[in-house]
Design a protein around this ligand. Structure first.
Ligand SMILES: Cc1ncc(COP(=O)(O)O)c(C=O)c1O
Length: 373
């Protein structure tokens, strides 16, 4: 008989929404999929990059090194850390979700604190790893109650999923410094950040890794639109943590897909690669900005969530319900999937992805404005 070791984690409920919307689309309904968590303004043009990769080489055909290809880790060090990291402290992962799972398998912590507006996967990964969790209201709450966080870890997601808001970098770094002094671990999971910066023009991570309480999980899923390639990385400067992580990584993966590693390496190091990344980021962020402005101008943004911070995307909260939006063909996710607020409040709002073509976005929202709801 097969017995099951049940973790209590739940399969993503958002997937059920996607399936329902796809069914409606197949039945002929015109749907704008703002329920998804991907950049859909444009795709990254890989045609010429792929042509330069030799599939008949050992680089692609045999096991990659456990931590990932050295050339890729060096390229990450240059682009993300301005060469201030030690490449030995960079581990290539199967995207951000697997990075987080390995981090929580390796970290010995009393509890993990999640933002009060959170990506649902955090809870499930922690349940699978049998780690207790709780929620923090705001950065001010952490700052004013730092003792409460001792012997714990805190997840930071900035820009946030689901709110799409951005906190000032100086404020974030000042808080991390205080946490370091108080012995609190900061798990930095901010895969949307790099979308808004050209390769190499952001020195935030360089500043962040000066603190020895920080573990970074990064991903190429959002910043360059390669969620299909399943690739990201972990950075930590703690030797003991890295030794154990290296072992867990080996037995969880036996190395990360070599093709995706070579591909990302090309995007980070070659002129053509940098160009297609830049084109992708420019087109994507231009439409994200215009879409957010459209929501603000038409009073569709739930401005109550953006009192202290600014909405940058790729998600924002709309002040319409899931049903109101769907009536006009707009797919979304009710906010109660991302918060512990009472349902009667959370259900008034939805998380929408604003990383879609502006023309499409406006076409659907105009219908909602002109028909009323
Ligand atoms: C906040 C956050 N972190 C991490 C991820 C992980 O993405 P991936 O596993 O594709 O790298 C996601 C994906 O939606 C996310 O929203």
């Amino acid at each position: 008989m097969i017995k099951v070791n049940k973790s209590g984690a739940k399969y993503s409920a958002i997937v059920a929404i996607s399936e329902k919307l796809r069914k409606q689309k197949a039945e002929g309904k015109d749907i704008l999929f703002l329920n998804r968590g991907i950049n859909a303004v444009t795709n990254i043009n890989l045609k010429e990059i792929i042509a330069t990769i030799d599939f008949n080489s050992p680089d692609i055909q045999v096991y990659p090194p456990n931590k990932g290809r050295l050339e890729l880790r060096e390229a990450i060090n240059k682009t993300f850390f301005h060469n201030s990291a030690n490449t030995d402290n960079i581990f290539i992962s199967n995207g951000g979700i697997s990075a987080l799972d390995l981090i929580f398998k390796t970290l010995d912590t009393k509890k993990v604190w999640l933002p009060s507006f959170y990506w649902g996967a955090y809870k499930n990964i922690l349940k699978i790893n049998d780690i207790a969790y709780d929620f923090y209201e705001s950065l001010e709450f952490i700052e004013n109650n730092i003792d409460q966080f001792k012997d714990s870890a805190i997840i930071f997601c900035d820009p946030n999923n689901p709110l799409g808001n951005k906190t000032d970098d100086k404020k974030l770094l000042a808080l991390v410094e205080k946490l370091q002094k108080a012995g609190v671990v900061a798990v930095w999971d901010s895969p949307y950040r790099t979308l808004f910066h050209e390769w190499g023009d952001d020195d935030f991570y360089k500043k962040l890794i000066k603190f020895n309480n920080v573990i970074i999980a990064e991903s190429f899923s959002k910043s360059v639109g390669l969620s299909g390639q399943r690739i990201g990385f972990i950075h930590c400067i703690n030797k003991g943590f890295n030794e154990e992580l290296n072992i867990k990584l080996l037995f969880a993966t036996n190395g990360i897909n070599a093709f995706s590693q070579v591909l990302v390496e090309q995007l980070l190091t070659t002129e053509k690669g940098k160009q297609v990344v830049s084109d992708f980021k420019t087109k994507t962020t231009t439409d994200i900005k215009k879409n957010i402005q459209y929501l603000i101008d038409n009073k569709l943004l739930a401005s109550e969530f953006y009192q202290e911070t600014i909405p940058v995307g790729i998600f924002v909260i709309a002040n319409k319900t899931y049903d109101e939006l769907l009536k006009h063909g707009i797919g979304s996710v009710p906010l109660n999937y991302f918060t512990n607020l009472p349902d009667e409040i959370a259900n008034k709002y939805t998380r929408i992805c604003v990383s879609v073509p502006y023309v499409e976005f406006v076409k659907f929202f105009r219908r909602l404005k002109s028909l009323g709801n």
